[in-house]
Design a protein around this ligand. Structure first.
Ligand SMILES: Cc1cc2nc3c(=O)[nH]c(=O)nc-3n(C[C@H](O)[C@H](O)[C@H](O)COP(=O)(O)OP(=O)(O)OC[C@H]3O[C@@H](n4cnc5c(N)ncnc54)[C@H](O)[C@@H]3O)c2cc1C
Length: 146
C-alpha cells in the first residue's frame, strides 16, 4: 500500500472525500486527497476495462498522447513503484529530447541530452497503471455509477 506523502502532523481535513470521474485526473486527485482524508471514494461512469484499451468515457484515448517530464515526476512522487510497472508493461523510458523526434517552427529539434525523463506509451496503458496504483491503496475505493 502507498504511504501518505505528508507527515503525521499534516492537518486532516475530514473523514471522507468524493471524486467524480475515475480517469487519470480523478485517480491522481484521489491519491492527493488520501493525504488529507481518512478515505476517498471515486465515482466513475464506466466499468474499468480489464485490459489497457480505449473506453467510452475517454473518447480521446485512441489519440497519440505524450507524457511530459513534469507529469512523469508527479506520478513517480505519488506512486514510487509505477516506474517499474510502466517499463515492464512496455512503456519506453528515457530522455524525450533524444528519444522523440520533434518538429517545431519549421525545423527538427536537435536531439541533445536535456536531463529530462519521461515515458512513451498509450494513454489507456498510462490510465490503467495510474488506476492500479490508486486502487492499491486500501482507503481509496472506486464505485461504478452507471
Ligand atoms: C486529440 C487529443 C490529444 C491529446 N494529447 C495529449 C497529450 O499528448 N498529453 C496530455 O497530457 N494530454 C493530452 N490530451 C488531453 C488529455 O487527453 C486530457 O487532458 C486528459 O485525458 C484529461 O483527463 P481527465 O482524467 O481530466 O479526464 P478524462 O480522461 O476525460 O476522464 C473523465 C472521466 O470522467 C468519467 N465521467 C464522465 N462523466 C461522468 C459522470 N457523470 N459520472 C462519473 N464519471 C464520469 C469518464 O468516464 C472518465 O473516466 C489530448 C486530448 C485530445 C482530445
Amino acid at each position: 500500500m502507498s504511504e501518505k506523502q505528508e507527515s503525521s502532523s499534516t492537518t486532516m481535513l475530514g473523514e471522507h472525500a468524493v471524486v467524480i470521474g475515475g480517469s487519470i485526473a480523478g485517480c491522481l486527485t484521489a491519491r492527493v486527497l488520501f493525504d488529507y482524508f481518512e478515505r476517498v471514494t471515486i465515482f466513475e461512469a464506466d466499468t474499468p476495462p480489464d485490459e489497457a484499451v480505449p473506453r467510452k468515457g475517454v473518447p480521446q484515448g485512441d489519440h497519440i498522447h505524450a507524457l511530459l517530464s513534469g507529469g512523469a515526476a508527479v506520478l513517480r512522487k505519488y506512486f514510487p513503484a509505477i516506474h517499474g510497472d510502466l517499463v515492464t508493461a512496455g512503456a519506453d523510458y528515457g530522455d524525450p529530447q533524444i528519444k522523440w523526434r520533434s518538429y517545431m517552427g519549421g525545423v527538427w529539434v536537435q536531439r541533445i541530452p536535456s536531463g529530462l525523463e519521461s515515458y512513451t506509451m498509450s494513454r489507456p496503458l498510462l490510465e490503467a497503471m495510474v488506476r492500479k496504483h490508486t486502487l492499491a491503496i486500501s482507503n481509496i475505493a472506486l464505485h461504478v455509477a452507471t
